[in-house]
Ligand binder design. Sequence first.
Ligand code: ACO
Length: 414
Amino acid sequence: MSSRNAVVVGGNRTPFVKAGGKYAAASAQDLMTAALDGLVARFGLSGQRVDEVVGGAVLKHTRDFNLTRESVLGSALSPLSPACDLQQACCTGLEAVVYVSNKIRLGQAQVGIAGGVDSASDAPIVVTEPLRKALLALSRARSLPEKLAALAKIRPGDLTPVPPAVIEPRTGLSMGESQALTTKKWGISRAEQDALSLASHQSLAKAWDDGFFDDLVTPYLRVAKDAILRPDTTMEALGRLRPVFGKGEGASMTAGNSTALTDGAAVVLLAEEEEAKRRGWPVLAKVVDAQVAAADYVNGSDDLLLAPAAALPVLLERNNLSLGDFDFYEFHEAFASTVLATLKSLEQAGVGTVDRARLNVAGSSLATGHPFAATGARIVATLAKLLAEKGPGSRGLISICAAGGQGLVAILEA
Ligand SMILES: CC(=O)SCCNC(=O)CCNC(=O)[C@H](O)C(C)(C)COP(=O)(O)OP(=O)(O)OC[C@H]1O[C@@H](n2cnc3c(N)ncnc32)[C@H](O)[C@@H]1OP(=O)(O)O
């Protein structure tokens, strides 16, 4: 094991807003640049080179082949800061943190930034396959007859745009419909889901009131606070919402206990521990270890969004820890029932029980919203700050599920 530690120095994100809302005119690149600039301002990095910036987005235009690099070029960082995109669906932000931390541990980087962005408002519109093929042929055509021949292949029906959707290509089911199967299979009740959502909103509201996010969020486009948050929601209000995923009598997943389609960006500043101290930066928490796992969801033997439950025992065993050994648990709330089914499966498999009083204590995705690739960085910054406040030796566990049936879990320690 290397003697170099990768530590979280701090984080910054835009407030998160519902898709089609106040960030509707902003691009994903604008949002990522804003998140970077807030971090640059907070840590005096203007004009400075960092060793690497790693980020990504789930919904990306083809022009954004290296969205993170473009965002760096648009930011106040030195243009000599190398940057690259990676893509691990909803785990992207956390995967970026793991990637940069590993480089720091190997001595390949001293200071890096990891994060992610998504804007459902800036989602690319895809054209039909026949139209795409015809347009490619048209771009290759040299002569007028070749161009006309390519155009002649286009039928009126080919012109209908394909709307963006959060669909699993191999099952044709949306994330919500896939999770509805899991909700039913694990017997997760509507009341449990609504209670988890209520707790998320209440915890996030309290964290904002306490000023917890004052040094983690920078206002953007006159939005100062997470706009999906409903501090006044109640079990009664949640209970009145009609199911939107799943069919028939037992359908229980609503807009209130599912994450909203969201716009936002988040980044985390990481450094080698001694380098952070040398620069006089805070050392919030060490990135200890991480583990990824994949589920066999295509043939239906595993649940699409429960892969973290397979990754966790491996991570715990390698670090000689048990599930109870954590001060905080940050479980991404893709849907309330994702968290509840994950907890249930961990209990059933004998991995252990999570103390619910330590779960998502500053709110999570149901209340903040979930700009897919940004969520991991939001969670790492939130958890690192919670651990720093708790004090040395405190430990936190992160669990994030993703499309494609994958899950990433990580340990942070103050
Ligand atoms: C690995 C992963 O993370 S997978 C997860 C990936 N993410 C997804 O798949 C996104 C899933 N979410 C969605 O598709 C959408 O947000 C949906 C379908 C759930 C809801 O979309 P919309 O219908 O646009 O939601 P909208 O915000 O309008 O809410 C619907 C109603 O619920 C109400 N509502 C929503 N949340 C709450 C709440 N917490 N308390 C009370 N009422 C609420 C709204 O006020 C609205 O009421 P109205 O119709 O009277 O105005």
